[in-house]
Design a protein around this ligand. Structure first.
Ligand SMILES: [Zn+2]
Ligand SMILES: [Zn+2]
Length: 353
């Protein structure tokens, strides 16, 4: 769900606000545009949310996960920086729990309406409803195919898996679809809706026509590369192709003066360079991976060349789905082959050249 690989960060990228807003407080990024933060109980320990002010109320972009602490913090925000105007709309950039978890709560608490892409809405609604007490046979098969570490597999096999329902409020029926090319008005500005992909299907981004702001969700992040993962829902998917296509397309709109408001980390400038890095990170990873596959390996045996750092228990799951994404991509390109090992794991190997 969340970023796992680290990106380089040379001089061209700048962070006008070195410190994030304090808990329950907001930083005014520009007139009518507030930046707030909510905590996450994982390695990536926070998510950014934004509030756009109009005379008739707030538009909130992304919402954090649902937890007792999250609810208390939202109440503080509503009584603090957001006081005096109703929350009229909630926009979700994509379907991941750290972004959608409190959307249903805000809709109920404030009477807000929901806007997002159709795929984000369908994925969010499906995954919140799809509650599993134990991993499905399909999830187990997906982990085996990836060559999951036997100890981790044994521990996860009979445990309650990660359920959206555990960290997301129920999402009521009814939303407004945002499409590529739509224009949305918020905070007294017109925003072009541009759709990304790869990190999450039909990922929404907003590009102001009237100022230098880009609200990017997890499509464009500074200092960490958004996670590109293959899940049991679509084991043969090639999200890396979607990612590279989206980056190429969005990069054409990137300007030096853009101030990018992402779903994690700090607001930054230097978008043209960052777009090149987000693309090149993966080309570099693919080159290292193909060299590593001169001898056959499972996905779980590809962490070294892919991530160039130690993968601990907290990031193992994200690393595994990201490894499969890179392998599926090379496989679709015809650059590697695969065969099933006796234990059900795919062994991937580079084609002879
Ligand atoms: Zn996120
Ligand atoms: Zn995400």
């Amino acid at each position: 769900m969340d970023p796992v690989t680290t990106g380089a960060e040379p001089g061209g990228i700048r962070y006008p606000w070195p410190e994030p807003p304090a808990e329950g407080a907001a930083t005014e990024i520009a007139p009518g545009v507030l930046w707030m933060r909510l905590p996450l109980p994982m390695a990536l320990d926070h998510v950014n949310i934004y509030a756009l002010r109009d005379s008739d109320g707030w538009t909130i972009v992304d919402t954090g996960i649902r937890s007792r602490r999250g609810i208390a913090l939202w109440e503080r925000l509503l009584a603090g920086p957001l006081a005096g105007l109703p929350v009229r709309r909630v926009i979700l950039t994509h379907h991941h729990p750290d972004h959608i978890g409190m959307a249903g709560w805000l809709m109920e608490r404030c009477g807000a309406e929901l806007l997002t892409t159709r795929t984000a809405w369908l994925m969010a609604r499906m995954l919140i409803l799809d509650e599993e007490a134990r991993p499905t046979p399909h999830a187990l098969a997906h982990w085996q195919r990836a060559g999951m570490d036997p100890e981790i597999y044994a521990a996860r096999k009979d445990a309650r898996p990660y359920n959206f329902a555990d960290v997301c409020a129920p999402l009521p029926v009814g939303y407004t679809r945002l499409h590529e090319g739509d224009t949305l008005t918020a905070a007294g500005r017109d925003w072009d809706v541009r759709i990304g992909g790869g990190h999450a299907p039909e990922h929404l981004t907003l590009w102001s026509r009237d100022c230098n702001l880009v609200i990017a969700g997890d499509q464009i992040l500074p200092s960490i590369s958004p996670n590109i993962g293959v899940y049991a829902t679509e084991p043969e998917a090639d999200p890396l192709a979607d990612w590279l296509e989206a980056c190429d397309r969005l990069a054409q709109h990137a300007r030096e003066d853009h101030l990018v408001l992402g779903g994690h980390k700090l607001p930054f400038t230097g978008l043209p360079l960052r777009m090149r890095q987000l693309i090149e990170n993966h080309h570099g990873a693919l080159r290292r991976l193909e060299a590593h596959l001169q001898s056959p390996h499972t996905a779980a045996e590809c962490f070294g060349p892919l991530f160039k750092r130690r993968i601990d228990a907290g990031t193992y799951g994200l690393a595994l789905v990201e490894a499969v994404a890179h392998l599926n991509h090379l496989h679709k390109l015809g650059r590697i082959t695969r065969r099933l090992r006796d234990d059900g794991a795919w062994l991937w190997q580079a084609r002879e050249r």
